[in-house]
Design a protein around this ligand. Structure first.
Ligand code: GDP
Ligand code: MG
Length: 205
């Protein structure tokens, strides 16, 4: 029996207001960048189709509409997430310090079955600003944070200059996909357990 594969993957993007979450999504999905600050967008999510090996995948990427300022994103935002992308601004220490809170908040709200194995990804955004001179969080420090939480992949990005955006989202898609396979294999075992009464004496020959 082949394993059922779900190809719709829900990805949520978390991080302080202003770090570039919406810009990263726009760059990835629409190949556009806007300098203008828009705290809210109309849709709850955007979708992007991609091919991973021989599999067709639809990424459903959920953005916040500015409510992250109050850390009140609501349960629908977190529900059923296959991957959690955390974003901070390499030029703003506070946005890096907030990562612990976002990580905790995700685990609390989404309540994944396997909290230690759940796929997170960290993006350090705005590496283009001032040619890197205004940077306050080093790559080393960010990677240390990632290892302190398990094995979280880390990418340094610029939504403005389109640096590493595709690579980061491809990793996000692959990680989310790997996670759903595990769930499918696990779930598959449950309905297959046939009651003993049906397995005995069922054959007429
Ligand atoms: P959000 O609140 O996390 O969704 O952040 P936004 O995507 O709305 O971005 C906040 C501001 O930062 C906007 O003015 C963007 O134009 C700007 N911004 C986002 N990403 C980058 C980047 O990589 N480099 C630079 N220089 N500015 C960026
Ligand atoms: Mg936004």
């Amino acid at each position: 029996m082949s394993v059922r594969r779900r190809t719709l993957l829900k990805v949520i993007v978390l991080g302080d207001s202003g770090v570039g979450k919406t810009s990263l999504m726009n760059q990835y999905v629409h190949k556009k960048f806007s300098q203008q600050y828009k705290a809210t967008i109309g849709a709850d999510f955007v979708t992007k189709e991609l091919q991973i090996d021989d599999q067709h995948v639809t990424l459903q990427i959920w953005d916040t509409a500015g409510q992250e300022r109050f850390q009140s994103l609501g349960v629908a935002f977190y529900r059923g997430a296959d991957c959690c992308v955390m974003v901070y601004d390499v030029n703003v220490m506070r946005s890096f310090d907030s990562l612990d809170n976002w990580h905790d908040e995700f685990l609390k709200q989404a309540n994944p079955a396997d909290p230690t194995g759940f796929p997170f990804i960290l993006l350090g955004n705005k590496i283009d600003v001032d040619g890197g001179n205004s940077r306050v969080v080093s790559e080393k420090k960010a990677k240390e944070w990632c290892s302190s939480k398990g094995t979280i992949p880390y990418f340094e990005t610029s939504a403005k200059e389109d640096i590493n955006v595709d690579a980061a989202f491809l990793c996000i898609a692959k990680t989310a996909l790997a996670n759903t396979h595990e769930q499918d294999i696990y779930l598959q075992g449950i309905p297959e357990a046939i009651p003993e009464s049906e397995t005995r004496g069922g054959c007429a020959c």
